[in-house]
Design a protein around this ligand. Structure first.
Ligand SMILES: NC(=O)c1ccc[n+]([C@@H]2O[C@H](COP(=O)([O-])OP(=O)(O)OC[C@H]3O[C@@H](n4cnc5c(N)ncnc54)[C@H](O)[C@@H]3O)[C@@H](O)[C@H]2O)c1
Ligand SMILES: O=C(O)CC[C@@H](O)C(=O)O
Length: 530
C-alpha cells in the first residue's frame, strides 16, 4: 500500500484517481510548518504540493520512503530539485493544465490596467461617482512586448492579436517559423523595452531572467507604457519599477507574483494606486486546478507502480516515440550493467556503453540511466535509481561514455557495457533483445555466449582441459547446488575458457572458494540477476 501526503489545497476531483486507487491511501494535511512536515514525511511514498509548501532539503532528507514529489502546476521553484535528485526522488509537474487559465489572468490584468478597473471599482463602492480620474487606453493598435514565448506567452500573443495589437516577442527558442505562425515579430529585449506600450513577461525565474527588466530597461522605455507580471516574482525588478512609476515612465503595472510571497504589509506595491495586484491567482480556476491535479495524480500513480511516466522535472524529457522504442531494453540494460559490475573486482573508473543496430540512431539517455543504475547498484544497492544514477556516477567520479557503433555481430540490436577499473582491469558484457526469445547475453569478454540473464549464475574462468566440467558438477552436487543450465566458451582448443552455470539458488561463499581451488580453474564468481 502506497501512502501519499497532500500538503496544499488541491482539487478533490483532480486527485480522485488517487483516493479511488486500491493500492493507495491519501492523507490531506495542509498548512504544516517545515518541522511538522519533517516529523511525518517519513511514512509517505509520495508528496503532492501546489505552491504553498516549500519542499526543503530537510524535508527531502526526512522522507526515507519518498519516491515522488508531484507539483500540481508548472513552476517547481518551491521544491529543492538538487536534494530530490540526490535522493533519487522523481519530481514531476503538470505543465499544460493551467496554461489557458494563466494566460487569461495575464490578459485580464492587462485589460484591468488599461481601464483602471480595480481602482474604479474600489472608489465606486464607496459611493463616489468619479468618471474623470479613470481615463483609459485601448489595446487596439498598441504594441505588446512578450518576453517568454512558451505555452502561456504564445497564448497571450494569440489573444492580443485578436484585440488588434502588434506583437514583438523575445524568447531564445522562438524560431522564424513559429513567429510567423503566431503572427508575431521576433525582437530583442532592447527593441521591446524601447517600443512596447505594454510588456508582459512569461519566463521562469532563472539567473538569466532575474531582473531582466530593471533600471537600465526602465530608463529607455516609452513614456506611459504599462507592464504585467503573471510569471514569477523577480523577473521584473520591483524597486526599479516603483522608481519608474514615480518618474512617470511607467503608467501602470499589474502583478500576480512577488519576489517574496506573500509580500509584507508595507511592500510599496500595496499602497501605490498605479499598481494592481492579485495574490498569485494565475492558475486559480476550477478548470486549471482540476486539470493539474488530474495530470499530476496520474503521473504519481505511474511512478509508484513503476510504470512509464512523463513530465519528470529532474530527468531530461524524451519524446514518447523514443521512449516506446527504448522501453523494451530497460531491464536488459540494467542487467548488463549489473552483470558487468559483479564480475569486476577493482574500483570502477569508467563505464563505456556502446549501442549498435536498432539503437544506433536513437537518443538513448533514459536507457543509459538504467545501465548506470545496474552498474552502481552493486555498491549503492537500493539507494541508486534512474533519477540519481548519473548524479551518483558523477559524484563517485565514475566517467560514463556512450558511443554508437555500426557493427551488430549479426544481431538487430546490441548493447555492450565495458567497465574499466583500477589497475587496468576491463570487463565487457554484451546483450541483445531477440524477437520472440527475449533478453540474451551474447558476449562475455572475448567469448561469444548465449545466456538468459536471470537468476543465480556462476562464472568460472579456467583452462580448457578435460575433466573440468565433471569436477565442477561433482563439487556443486556435493554442496547441494543444482545446475539448471551450462554454457562453455573458448577461443582455441586448450586455451583460456569460461563456463557459465545457471543454478537454482544462492551459492554459499565457501563453495565459490572450493570451486576456485579446483585444478585448472582461475576464478569463480557468483552473479545474481533479479
Ligand atoms: N501566476 C501563476 O499562477 C502562474 C501559473 C502558471 C505558470 N506560471 C509561470 O509562468 C511562467 C511561464 O509558464 P509556461 O507554462 O509558459 O512555461 P514554458 O516553459 O512553456 O515557457 C517559458 C518560456 O520562457 C522562455 N525563456 C527562458 N528564458 C528566457 C529568457 N531569458 N528570455 C526570454 N524567454 C526565456 C523559454 O524558452 C520558454 O519558451 C513560468 O514561470 C511559470 O512558473 C505562473
Ligand atoms: O498553484 C498555484 O496556485 C500557482 C501555480 C503557478 O505558479 C505555476 O507555476 O503553475
Amino acid at each position: 500500500m502506497f501512502k501519499i501526503l497532500v500538503s496544499d489545497p488541491i482539487s478533490d476531483l483532480g486527485i480522485q484517481q488517487l483516493t479511488d486507487a486500491s493500492d493507495v491511501t491519501v492523507d490531506k494535511k495542509t498548512g504544516l510548518s517545515e518541522d511538522e512536515l519533517v516529523a511525518i514525511i517519513g511514512e509517505y511514498d509520495g508528496l503532492l504540493v501546489r505552491s504553498q509548501t516549500t519542499v526543503t532539503p530537510k524535508i527531502i532528507e526526512a522522507g526515507a520512503k519518498l519516491k515522488v514529489i508531484g507539483r500540481a502546476g508548472v513552476g517547481v521553484d518551491n521544491i529543492n530539485l538538487e536534494a530530490a535528485t540526490k535522493r533519487g526522488i522523481v519530481v514531476i509537474n503538470a505543465p499544460d493544465g493551467n496554461t489557458i487559465t494563466t494566460c487569461e489572468h495575464a490578459f485580464a490584468m492587462m485589460m484591468a490596467l488599461a481601464r483602471h478597473i480595480p481602482q474604479a471599482y474600489a472608489k465606486t463602492i464607496t459611493g463616489v461617482w468619479d468618471k474623470k480620474s479613470y481615463l483609459g487606453v485601448e489595446l487596439r493598435n498598441k504594441t505588446l512586448g512578450v518576453l517568454g514565448m512558451g505555452r502561456i506567452g504564445s497564448e497571450v500573443a494569440k489573444r492580443a492579436k485578436a484585440f488588434g495589437m502588434n506583437i514583438l516577442a523575445y524568447d531564445p527558442f522562438l524560431t522564424e517559423d513559429r513567429a510567423e505562425k503566431l503572427e508575431v515579430k521576433i525582437a530583442t529585449v532592447d527593441d521591446i523595452v524601447r517600443n512596447a506600450d505594454f510588456i508582459t513577461v512569461h519566463t521562469p525565474l532563472t539567473p538569466q531572467t532575474k531582473h531582466m527588466i530593471s533600471r537600465p530597461q526602465f530608463e529607455v522605455m516609452k513614456k506611459g507604457m504599462r507592464i504585467v507580471n503573471c510569471a514569477r516574482g523577480g523577473v521584473i525588478d520591483e524597486m526599479a519599477l516603483v522608481e519608474a512609476l514615480d518618474a512617470g515612465i511607467v503608467a501602470g503595472a499589474a502583478f500576480d507574483v512577488f519576489e517574496k510571497e506573500p509580500p509584507q504589509a508595507d511592500h510599496p506595491f500595496l499602497s501605490n494606486p498605479k499598481i494592481i495586484v492579485t495574490p498569485h491567482l494565475g492558475a486559480s480556476t476550477v478548470e486549471a486546478q482540476e486539470n493539474v491535479a488530474i495530470d499530476v495524480s496520474e503521473q504519481v500513480l505511474h511512478i509508484l507502480r513503476s510504470e512509464p511516466f512523463i513530465n519528470a522535472v529532474n530527468i531530461p524529457p524524451v519524446a514518447p516515440s523514443v521512449m516506446n522504442k527504448l522501453q523494451p531494453y530497460f531491464t536488459l540494460g540494467e542487467k548488463l550493467g549489473s552483470f558487468a559490475a559483479q564480475i569486476t573486482h577493482g574500483a570502477i573508473k569508467e563505464i563505456v556503453v556502446e549501442f549498435a543496430g536498432d539503437l544506433a540512431d536513437v537518443d538513448t539517455q533514459p536507457l543509459n540511466r538504467y545501465i548506470v543504475k545496474g552498474v552502481l547498484s552493486r555498491h549503492f544497492g537500493g539507494d541508486v535509481n534512474i533519477i540519481n544514477s548519473m548524479h551518483l556516477a558523477k559524484t563517485s567520479e565514475v566517467n560514463v561514455v556512450v558511443t554508437k557503433a555500426s557493427k551488430t555481430k549479426g544481431f538487430t540490436n546490441l548493447i555492450s557495457v565495458k567497465l574499466i577499473a583500477d589497475g587496468g582491469e576491463e570487463r565487457v558484457v554484451a546483450g541483445t533483445l531477440l524477437q520472440g526469445y527475449g533478453e540474451r547475453i551474447v558476449q562475455l569478454g572475448k567469448f561469444p555466449v548465449d545466456i538468459s540473464p536471470e537468476g543465480h549464475q556462476i562464472l568460472i574462468s579456467h583452462n580448457d582441459k578435460p575433466g573440468i566440467i565433471g569436477n565442477v558438477g561433482t563439487l556443486l552436487g556435493q554442496s547441494d547446488v543444482n545446475i539448471a543450465s551450462m554454457q562453455v566458451g573458448r577461443i582455441v582448443v586448450g586455451g583460456e575458457a569460461i563456463m557459465l552455470l545457471t543454478v537454482d539458488k544462492e551459492v554459499p561463499a565457501e563453495v565459490l572458494v572450493k570451486l576456485a581451488a579446483l585444478a585448472e580453474i582461475n576464478t569463480a564468481t557468483e552473479v545474481v540477476l533479479v
